[in-house]
Write a new protein. Structure first.
Length: 351
């Protein structure tokens, strides 16, 4: 709570009709904190407005109510935060300004929501912490390895070779994290912009199957393509669609059982195309599925790191799908395997 410039406004009215044109929620109260008027936006955000009743019937935040009382005690404007926890937590900033009129003293309360800004700040802080955590482990390994090589152990050719290989692995891991962070940042920056190009999924998925065939064969796996030759075009960026499907297919190989198949399938209807990437492996528990596209979220952290995962691949997939107005669905079971399904709209003549 902080003081702002002293304001005394002469006002001849208490009616809410004149306030309805204001874009922010606005409430008028008397000097004893009784509700006088509230515009439409305030009545929509804060239920329980009845003229002549206490302000606490409309807003119950004790810190805010205390600030309102202090405005009249000091006869100066103040700002404070309002926190509401009904259904979900929402935060607001309130500017409380006293006024004088022929009908009595009171205060204007102008309110604007800060929930989105607070959530963005929380996510930024969480993201910085996550990145620091992910990079700390390989950096610690590199520092320890370098110190070892500087000592007597570094004179041993076998030890030196083993530690240099370890340094190469950790450096590659950090490089992968940085690459994915840059890719994620670039994808998020354009997520709100609809693609202005057209793409066809047939060459995209065919090329992905070829590129990943070596990785699949190393695990005794086959990539099975179930795609018609006459797929319709869709609105989309070729490189982004390639990256999203590549990430899904690579994960299917990485976490699939050896000597099993990974299936890339496209089902076409009159208005949509559904991409399905299917594998057999350890099923994903239902509690994890809603969080799989969060940055750095892993079902099995140690296994993911051992397999070279950065924890950012599915977050990139999510933002690409959002930009293309697609929908991601994930199902997983012991019997049916795991399927990542992505549905896109088919282009029409109007598009």
């Amino acid at each position: 709570m902080r003081n702002i410039a002293d304001q005394k406004v002469k006002t001849p009215f208490y009616g809410s009709e004149s306030l309805d044109s204001l874009p922010l929620p606005v409430i008028l109260i008397s000097s004893n904190c009784i509700l006088l008027a509230a515009n439409k936006r305030a009545r929509e955000v804060f239920n329980g407005f009845r003229a002549g009743e206490p302000l606490s019937n409309m807003i119950t935040d004790s810190y805010f109510l205390e600030a309102c009382a202090r405005v009249f005690e000091k006869n100066e404007a103040m700002e404070c935060e309002i926190v509401r926890t009904i259904r979900r937590k929402r935060t607001f900033q309130a500017s409380i300004s006293p006024f004088q009129s022929n009908e009595g003293d009171g205060a204007y309360i102008a309110i604007y929501e800060t929930t989105a800004a607070r959530e963005a700040e929380r996510m930024r802080a969480s993201f910085v912490a996550d990145v620091s955590h992910e990079l700390r482990s390989p950096l610690t390994t590199l520092i320890a390895t370098i110190e070892t090589l500087r000592g007597r152990a570094g004179a041993n050719p076998d030890t030196r070779a083993r530690f240099i290989e370890l340094m190469a692995q950790e450096t590659e891991r950090m490089h992968g994290i940085v690459d994915d962070l840059l890719s994620l940042s670039a994808t998020e920056a354009v997520e709100h912009i609809l693609p202005n190009q057209t793409a066809n999924l047939l060459p995209i998925m065919t090329n992905i199957a070829k590129v990943l065939s070596t990785k699949a064969r190393a695990k005794g796996m086959d990539i099975v393509l179930e795609i018609e030759d006459d797929l319709p075009d869709m609105r989309g960026e070729y490189d982004e669609l390639y990256q999203a499907i590549y990430n899904l297919a690579e994960n299917a190989i990485k976490y699939g059982e050896s000597d099993s198949n990974v299936t890339l399938r496209v089902d076409v209807t009159e208005h949509s195309m559904e991409i399905k990437v299917h594998n057999y492996g350890t099923p994903i528990q239902e509690k994890h599925i809603p969080r799989l596209t969060e940055r750095f979220y892993r079902v099995d952290k140690s296994r993911s790191r051992d397999l070279g995962g950065t924890g950012l691949g599915l977050a990139i997939v999510k933002h690409i799908i959002n930009r293309h107005l697609g929908e991601l669905n994930i199902t997983s079971s012991e019997e049916g395997g795991t399927t990542f399904s992505v549905t896109f709209q088919v282009m029409s003549e109007e598009n």
